[in-house]
Design a protein around this ligand. Sequence first.
Ligand SMILES: Nc1ncnc2c1ncn2[C@@H]1O[C@H](COP(=O)(O)OP(=O)(O)OP(=O)(O)O)[C@@H](O)[C@H]1O
Length: 302
Amino acid sequence: MPAPAAAVEVDHVTRTFGPLTALDDVSLEVEAGEAVGVLGPNGAGKSTLLSLLAGLRRPDRGTVRVAGGDPRDPGARARIGVTPQATGLPQTLKVREVVDFAAGHHRDPVPRPELLERFGLTDLAGRQCGGLSGGQQRRVAVALAFVGRPRVVLLDEPTTGLDVPARLSLWEAVRGFVADGGTLLLTSHHLEEVEALAHRVVVVDHGRVLVSGTVEEVRGRTEVRRVRFRADSVPDDLLVGAEVLVRDGDRVELLVPDADGLVRDLVRREVSFRDLEVATASLEEAFLALTSGATTPEEVSR
Ligand SMILES: Nc1ncnc2c1ncn2[C@@H]1O[C@H](COP(=O)(O)OP(=O)(O)OP(=O)(O)O)[C@@H](O)[C@H]1O
């Protein structure tokens, strides 16, 4: 029997805007039931990738398939739920009216009370969208992605502007979707969000995939350590290849690929350092080091 097709297939996709290459020969697969987080700095190409997957744009080269079809075909589109980066709800409609409007596009929508309950929006049902706070509007926009019982959900920075309780409750709703076999692809600047929701991380920068792997693999691959110490002076050449986080008076804090080597160099060069601390970097720090080029980007095999 042939292997089942992946829920999301991006095959050697390039997308340009005039002279600018937003995506440069990107390939990516997401299996059914898998959750993948796309990380990258501003302008990396994350939203462009999502817009291709949502069928809103066409690749210049390469192919995109989502939920078994071309996302530009209405049949495949009906199986995809999307929350774009900009919320854009009709300001004069009430929350329940917006949900009903979105539900009207689907054959078997989630009943409104169930959807509102799942996303903690029941109390807001009668409120006009224009009168909601930014965070409340964001929660409505994310809930709408799920109204048509999609197989694949694409969320572009879903929890931007949400406070901590709202973020946690939204994560719970999204996790429920994945636990039920849904496929999720999200972009985020909140690395803890990717750690909380995704099985796998894809780091993009300048339109290219730098690294793809589990959170642990990406962290292990980058092998970045956070090194903190105090020293009255440090020769600049010892900091080549390090991401300098703090250099203020005698305080130095760095992200380095080889902490042992740095410490050996400090000793060899007789730098009188004190209060040395070496720690495993968080994913956020590893990501910062990756995109700033402090380590060599390399594909992690799945
Ligand atoms: N419609 C467009 N016209 C021209 N350039 C565009 C357009 N959309 C995106 N770009 C450019 O393509 C590149 C990738 O943009 P994209 O929005 O995909 O990045 P991103 O990773 O989502 O960034 P952010 O984290 O800021 O949302 C950027 O340089 C951006 O300016």
